[in-house]
Structure formats: C-alpha cells, structure tokens
Design a protein. Structure first.
Lengths: 272, 743
C-alpha cells in the first residue's frame, strides 16, 4: 500500500482493465452505433444504478480516454471550455475539460448535467449537433471535433423539479438510454462478482434492497441502489456482520429520520 | 394558577376581614415562597371548599378532607386539573371530582393528568358519555401505567412498524390498535400495549413478530378462499377456524423461516422465553399416522390445509403461539368483497386507458376483440410469493403499466393468486364513465349530516386553557369562487396607476441583477485592472494580490408567496375594498418580479365549516378569470384565523422554494361562533403563526384598520405585522418586508 499516487493529464487516463459491467438490455450496441454515427448520448436513471460504470466500460471498449466532469450549480462555461491564467507576467490560455476532450478525441462525460447552470449547458449545444464544433470566444477560435470525440451526459429524472429540469433544446440533441436497477437475478450476480460473497448472501441483500425500494415514496426518497448493495457486500466480505453492514452502509446512507432508520434496521435484522 | 387561587382566597378572606393588612401578608408569603422555595402551609378544608364553590362543582366532603392531607404543591396541581376539566365542561369536572379520591390512591399525578387528557380528547369527539367511559376505565389505566415501565405502548412503535410493514412488500397495510389482534387484509390491528416479557426489547420484538405473522397471512394467501363459507360447513365453525389457524401458523412459520430467517429466530426465542410447547409434534391419521410437521411443508398452500382440516377437526385444539393473534374471517370477507369489485373495475379501466392511447379512440368504440387485446404474461420473480409476476402485453409487445397499476396487480394477485381472464377485458362505454376516479361528494349530503368531515381537510386547534391541541378539530374545504367582472381590477389599476408604477420600480430594485464582481480570488475571467495594479505592487517590492479575477454573480430568486385574504363579515365596507385593491397592486407588482404567488380567500362559520376560496393558485395565470375572482371577493361569515394559517402551512410543505412567505390580509379580529373569540382566538392564531415559523415560513400580517388594537402584538407574536388604514401606505410597507425577508 505504499505506492505513490500517479498524476496524469485527463486525456492520458486510459482504462486498461475491463471494468465489470453486466448489460441490462441492448445499451452497449446502441452506444456503439451512436458513437459511430457521431450522435451524443444521454444517460438517465436513478443514482447508483451503473451509469458511470457503463461509461467506463464503453471507454475501455473504444480505447478512448474518459474525461468526467461532475456538474454542480456553480459550474461556469469557462470551467468547461477553458480560461486565461497568469503565468510569469503574462496570461496563458488553459483548456477546460471539454476543450481537452475535443482536442484529443476523448470521451467527455458530464455527470448530473441538470445541476449545472442553464447558461453553462448551452455551450455544449454546437458540439451536440451535426456541427460538432466548440466555439472558444475568448481566444477567438473554433475547435472542430474529430471523429473520435464523443459527448455523453447523465441525469437523474427522479430528482427533477421545476427548477432543475433539462431544457428541451438540450435534451432533444441526444440519444437517450434509460437505466434502472437490474432484475433481481442480475443484481445478485453483480453483487456476487463485485464483492466476492456467496450466492445466498447476495440474494438476501437484493431482497433487502427491494424492501427499501418498497419504501420509496412512503418516507424514503430513494431505495437502496446497486452501488450501496455492493458497499454492504464488500463490508460483509471483510468480516462485518450482515446486520451491521446493512445498518452502516445502507440504512444510514438512505435516511436520517430516526423512525425510518429503525424500520430499515428491523427489516435487515428480520432478513439475516 | 396557584397565584390566582390564592388571590381568590385572599379576596374572600378580605371579604371577612376587610383589611388591607391581611392581603399584604398573603402576598408576602407567596413572594417569599417563590423566592426561597420554602413551603407554605397547605390549604385548609374551608379554602378548598371555597375553591370548588367558585368553580360551581359539588364535591363530597371526604374528597376535600382527603385533599387537605397533601402539601400545597400537590394540592395545587390536583385542583388545577379539576379546573382544567371545568374549563372544558362542568359535567366532566363533576365526574372527575367524584373519582378523584380513588385516582389519587391508584395513580401518580402524571398518570392522573394523562387520564384526564385522554378523557378530554374523547369528550371533544364523542361528548360527555364517552368521556365518562374513559374516566370509568380508571383502574385499567392505572394498571397499564404500571405496566408501561417495562411494556411497550402502541404509540411508541406505530410509525416505525408502519414503515416496516410497507418495506416487507405487498399491499400497503395500515397499522391500528384494537382489542383483538388480527388483520382484515387492509389493516393490521395490534394490542395497545405489550407487557409479556420483563425486557422492553423482548416486548418490542413481540410486536414485530405479530406484525410479520399478520403480514404473512396477507402475503402468502391465507385469505384466498371464502373462509366464512368453509367454516360454516362444520358443526362448530369456531373450532374449525381455530384449527385452521393452527395449521396456517405452521405453514406461515415455514414461509417466514425461508423468507425472513432473522424474524423466525426471534419468534422461536420468544416462544422459548414464554415457555410455549411446540405444536408441530401432534400427529394425525392421514392414510397412516403422520406428524403435522411432515404434512405441512414450504410448498403447502392454504387450500391444502383446508383438506387437512377434516382430519384434525375432532382433535383437541392446541393453543396458538403468542404472536398469532386471531382470525376474523368475517371482517376479512367484508373487506375482500368490496375490494375485489373495486380492483377489478380499476384494473379494467386502467387497461382500457392504455388501449385508448394506443388506438387513439375512446373505449366506447372498441370492438369485442379489441377489448381483449391486452394479455398478461407470467414472468418468473423469486421475490413474489407465487414465484412469478405479470407483464402486460399487446400483440406480444410488453407495455409499461401506468402509475399505480403495478401495485394494483400485486394486490389482485394477493387476493386471487393470478389475474383471471375476465379481468383482462378493457372496460367499455358507460361503465368507464360512470365510476369516476374519486368518489364524488355530494355537497348537499355533506352539509345535511351533523359531521361534515368527509372529503375535508382536518386541522387541530390550540386551546390555551388546556395548554394542548384539540385534534382534528376544524374541518376545512375548498370552495370555488366564480369569477365576476374585471371592472374592479381595471378601476383600481386606473385609480392607482401612479402608485403601481412606483411599486413596480421598488420591486424591480429588489429583484436584483447579475453583477460582475471585480477583484475576486477566483472567477471566470481576469480582471485586467486588478492585474495591472498587482503587477505595479510586485515591481515596487510589495506582495502581489491574489484577487485578480472577475466573477459573474447570478441573482437567483426562488420565492413562493401565499396571500390569504379575510372574507369575514367584519371586513364589510372599506376594509374589503382596501383588501381587494391591495391584492390588485401586489399582483401587478409580483408579475414584474416573476415570483410565484397564490391568493386564497377565507371565511367560515363554526369549526365544522371553514372554507377557503382559491382566487389564484400557484399554477393559475394572472388573467381575466383571476382578475374577475379578485373582484368577486365578498365579505361573508366569520374569521377563524388559526385553522387557515395551519392549512396554508401544510400547503407550503408541497411547494419547493427557498423563501416561503405567508401574507395575511385581514382586519385582525379572529372571531367565530362556538367560543372562538377573545383570548382563545388570539392564542390559537399566535400558535398557528409560531408553527409557520417552525416550518421555515415567513408569516406576515397586514392588518387593515383605522388603528391597531392592543392585542395585535401578542397575537402576531413571532410574525411581523403592520397596521394600515390607507392603501397608499402599502407599497412602502410591503417593499420593506420583501427587502428584509428576501435579501
């Protein structure tokens, strides 16, 4: 464990080992087809259902660098495109992640795009239609994307409100792939593989996840995601008891409400 | 109260002595008592008697004698309780006093208070007879109170258990308390308190086991067939039912062991703790001698057990485990019958709706074949009790079930085990239209009854005398306000055109604009001026400033405002005009700002008939209809302020906004029939406004009156308020509020 963390440029971040991904439907084929036809891709689905993992898997398949930007409500257009910095008494232009991806023909993945401000989202418009260019007003250049470049965005329709919804002009430029939690059987297999635990334990975890998903809308905003199940399973395989693992990695992650927490804990102790 | 009581006593004593000196002595004693906590001598027999006389309650001398034995603080608390009852109803106070002596013997003072509170609650809903019944339960309440030390009360766990059972799966079962422990397939009824074990946690676990067992009855299909009919074929139906329950318990235990091993362990542990026999050892003659344990397996269904029933019927019935509760087949049948019809209807209408969208024509025009085009395919799902779930298909293509249909299918499967073919026929004409989504409430019928609570929102009310809420006290409903002519709005706009311009300008300043902030440590662009400056600094040997960026500061407003407008009779005349004119001015101004706002009128007549009139909801535009409704706001009945504030507090819960503003336009006189006046109304309003604050709402009260009354400060307490008598003052005041709240 005494390796020193490597520092890489974003466009040099290639994924060398195959990220584990189980396809739910034909999403891999659709992605490949859209990539070939240079159409940008929109992923929607609840948190922790595998959107980011899917992107990693596709980057590995296509042998492209994956540049991920997690959007937040303070993200400005220059955060994406680039800005001037001061260096040694003069200004110097530094590319933002979006410009870097275009320049290097990488996959640019804008995670939780609705969180970004509306004026920020429009900078991707020229890139997302058949023009495929990135205007960089500050340097007076237009960056043309190569065939390699790919744009993907994601958002979670469950959290959308009137204030945070994707504009029609944005969403209608994309091919949309819908993600949901996998079927019980598949989810069991995913957990088993990810955390290396035995089959019946994985089955029980999935059953527990379904119980929390039953509670969605009656006190819980969202049920336990596949990611949370993997966390719990990893704790279990590291020697924590299932009830404790569910308590810390699932129940506490889902809610702060004392009664709801108690109910979820009682559910897990009924199950294991 | 003690002070008041003593003052009363002093007054009566003064009456005899007619001397100021005596009064001062007593005042001194009380003050001394308060400061040093040294005890005063207890009240004497005569003093207590006098006290009861003042309350007009007749009491036995023995009670007074009994009360004299306590120290002054206990006396004070007990007398206070009787006064609390007397404030509610003198009959109740009399009944309480009659039982007081016994209560003091049996209970701690805290419990006596709980006992009384319970009686008062029942008095509110069922009247004096109900309350006396509660008072008569004195002994069992005293007993329960002792039990509560180790026992678990239903109230402590009901919310948690409700979440728990929703999580388990299937139909959303409600949790309630009842004398019997059973389920009617829609609700689980639990005992009010469990005190079987010495450890609190074990008692809680028993609650949980009962819930799981009763849930399992619903989920694993105990109630698929009409059990009332089955049992009635036996000579002794009760015995048949008891035996069936025993067999079911064994079957469900198998299921629970498989599905929820954790809870099964708990069940076994509790049985061992309680010293319960295992009943599975009973063997019966099924062809040859066989053990019940081997006859009932994980795969058994309730139908299989009905076949076993004749074989065991003659045997003595073993007792059930603690968590099994009892079967109430007739209750279940009652619910099931209604539900089967309702859900079949709902399901057929839902698929008709799907087909309508698909075919783009109304269901009435479907041919017989088209009506049967949807099929349900079983697909395996290990999480379902039958091992499969359904997927709806049209011509082999699966379709996404509309909202709520998935739970409907699940409920149907729970009742029947499958979706029968006749469910899959889309509802046709007539049938589809007659039964609308919600049960229509016929207004005339509602008002004809003594209780008008059907379809109304129920809200609590604060009773300052009891220092607690009256639950579900006020019934409030929404009534449509027909739009009148827009002439009033037009006239007001003309009349105050100068003022409106002024108001708009003020609001526009408030709106705030995007600002380009200079000299920022971090930002979108370089601030050349700052850069040049810091270079100059650097070359002259000073430290270079870090703040050399510009940053765009976006002003984002996210406000929701509800205006509630008093439509009570007391606003008749200029106040009503002023209210409406203010609304016009404010609406015009808010349209500029682009803030979301809603306007509601309110009035009422007694707690059973509180009404709000939507003038403009959040979704409505400020159009001619809205303007017509503003024109049509007319003075009507009374002002029960509290309930309306609570209603809008509740409404705000569903509104997503950073700043929530509740603006009341009224004449500041809370008044209604049935005692809602004076201090009572003021205190209730005050409490409702406090609740707003607690929810993060900014309440603001605009009182339109010639001069403010002296109680306004008390009433509005936590809220800000202004008193205006001329509408011209409004813009200035409102802009002030807006500035203070939103910036």
């Amino acid at each position: 464990m005494n390796d020193i963390a490597r520092s890489l440029k974003p466009e040099e971040c290639f994924i060398n080992e195959e990220p584990y991904y189980e396809a739910i439907g034909s999403e891999i084929d659709i992605f490949l087809a859209a990539y070939k036809q240079k159409i940008p891709i929109l992923l929607k689905g609840p948190t922790g259902c595998g959107k980011t993992r899917f992107m990693e898997h596709m980057a590995w398949r296509l042998k492209k660098a994956l540049i991920t930007v997690s959007c937040h409500d303070d993200l400005t257009a220059s955060d994406l495109v680039g800005r001037f910095l001061i260096s040694g008494g003069e200004t110097k232009w530094i590319d933002g992640p979006l410009a870097r991806s275009v320049r290097n023909g990488a996959i640019c993945y804008l995670d939780e795009i609705v969180e970004a401000r509306k004026d920020t989202t429009v900078v991707i418009h020229p890139l997302a239609d058949d023009r495929r260019v990135l205007p960089m007003e500050k340097v007076g250049e237009v960056l043309e994307a190569t065939d390699d470049f790919c744009l993907a965005i994601s958002y979670n329709p469950g959290y959308q409100s009137v204030l945070k919804d994707l504009k029609q002009s944005t969403r209608q430029r994309f091919v949309a792939l819908e993600f949901d939690y996998p079927s019980a059987e598949l989810e069991t297999r995913i957990i088993k593989t990810e955390a290396d635990i035995d089959h019946s334990l994985a089955e029980h975890l999935v059953k527990f996840a379904h119980m929390t998903r039953n509670l969605k809308g009656s006190g819980l905003e969202e049920g336990a995601s596949t990611r949370l199940l993997v966390h719990a399973a990893k704790l279990i395989s590291a020697g924590i008891t299932p009830v404790d693992a569910c308590h810390t990695s699932i129940a506490q992650a889902l809610t702060d409400d004392a009664e709801m927490l108690a109910a979820i804990n009682e559910l897990s102790s009924s199950l294991f | 109260m003690m002070l008041k009581c003593l003052r009363q006593l002093t007054n009566s004593v003064l009456h005899y002595f007619n001397s100021d000196h005596f009064y001062h002595v007593i005042r001194f004693k009380i003050k001394f008592h308060a400061n040093t906590s040294m005890s005063l001598p207890p009240f004497t027999f005569d003093e207590i008697e006098e006290y009861f006389d003042d309350l007009f309650i007749e009491v036995d001398e023995s009670l007074i004698q009994h009360l004299t034995q306590f120290d002054i603080q206990t006396q004070d608390t007990l007398l206070e309780l009787i006064k609390k009852a007397a404030d509610t109803n003198s009959g109740l106070a009399y009944q309480l006093a009659k039982r007081m002596q016994k209560a003091i013997d049996l209970m701690e003072i805290d419990t006596i208070e709980l006992w009384l509170d319970q009686a008062i609650d029942v008095f509110d809903s069922k009247g004096l007879y109900g309350a006396i019944e509660v008072l008569d339960e004195l002994e069992s309440i005293a007993h329960n109170a002792k039990q509560k030390l180790t026992g678990i009360a239903f109230e402590e766990v009901c919310n948690m258990l409700e979440h728990f059972v929703v999580g388990l799966n299937g139909r959303c079962l409600k949790i309630e308390t009842d004398k019997e422990t059973y389920t009617d397939t829609e609700t689980i009824f639990l005992p009010g308190i469990i005190n079987k074990y010495t450890e609190r946690d074990d008692n809680f676990q028993l609650y949980k086991c009962i819930v799981v067992h009763l849930w399992a009855q619903n989920w694993f299909g105990t109630w698929r067939s009409n059990l009332v009919n089955v049992f009635s074929q036996y000579e002794k139906p009760a015995r048949a039912q008891q035996w069936f329950h025993v067999l079911e318990m064994i079957r469900l235990d198998h299921k629970i062991k498989h599905e929820l091993p954790g809870i099964h362990r708990q069940m076994q542990r509790l049985c061992e703790l309680g010293g319960h026999d295992k009943i599975c050892d009973i063997s019966i003659n099924a062809g040859k001698q066989k053990n019940l344990e081997t006859l009932i397996t994980l795969q058994s269904r309730a139908d299989d057990l009905l076949k076993l029933l004749p074989l065991v019927y003659h045997l003595p019935t073993p007792s059930l485990n603690f968590y099994a509760g009892c079967l109430q087949a007739d209750q279940v049948e009652l619910r099931r019958e209604i539900r089967l019809v309702k859900e079949k209807d709902l399901f057929r209408r839902a698929i008709a709706h799907v087909l309508e969208e698909k075919k783009d024509k109304p269901a009435s025009e479907f041919s017989e074949e088209e009506r049967r085009e949807i099929s349900a395919q079983q697909i395996p799902d290990p999480n379902m009790p039958e091992g499969f779930k359904y997927r709806l298909e049209i011509d082999g293509d699966s379709i996404e079930p509309p909202d709520g249909v998935e739970s409907l299918i699940s409920s149907i499967i729970q009742d029947l085990g499958e979706i029968p073919d006749d469910y899959l026929v889309a509802a046709g004409d007539g049938h589809y239209k007659i039964t609308a989504d919600k049960e229509k409430i016929d207004d005339a019928n509602v008002w004809a009854g003594t209780y008008h609570e059907k379809g109304a929102f129920l809200h609590r009310e604060w009773d300052y005398r009891r220092q607690r809420y009256k639950k579900n006290w006020c019934a409030l409903r929404e009534v449509e306000l027909t739009p009148g002519s827009t002439a009033f709005v037009k006239a007001s706009v003309e009349k105050y055109s100068g003022l409106i311009k002024n108001l708009r300008r003020t609001f526009e300043i408030l709106r705030g604009e995007d600002k380009n902030l200079k000299k920022q440590p971090y930002g979108d662009d370089i601030d050349i001026d700052a850069l040049v400056e810091s270079f100059a600094d650097m070359t002259s040997g000073m430290e270079m400033s870090q703040n050399i960026f510009t940053k765009m500061h976006k002003e984002e407003r996210n406000i929701a405002v509800i205006f509630m407008v008093d439509m009570s009779g007391s606003t008749k005349g200029w106040i009503n005009d002023a209210e409406r004119e203010s609304l016009v001015l404010l609406s015009e101004a808010l349209e500029t700002l682009g803030d979301r706002y809603a306007i509601y009128g309110f009035t009422g007549n007694t707690r059973k008939r509180c009404e709000i009139y939507p003038v403009k909801t959040f979704d409505d535009e400020y159009d001619d209809k809205t303007k017509g409704r503003i024109g049509n706001i007319k003075p009507q009945d009374y002002t029960r302020l509290g309930v309306f504030i609570r209603h809008f507090n509740q409404m705000f819960e569903t509104v997503e906004a950073k700043t929530k503003l509740l603006i009341t336009l009224s004449d500041g006189k809370p008044e209604d029939y049935d005692g809602y006046r004076g201090e009572y109304g003021i205190e209730d309003t005050r409490m409702a406004l406090l609740e707003s604050r607690q929810q993060g709402i900014h309440p603001f009260c605009i009182t339109i009156d010639k001069e403010g009354r002296d109680y306004l400060k008390t009433m509005y307490g936590s809220a800000s308020y202004v008193v205006i008598d001329d509408i011209k003052q409004l813009p200035l005041k409102i802009a002030d509020i807006y500035r203070s709240i939103t910036s």
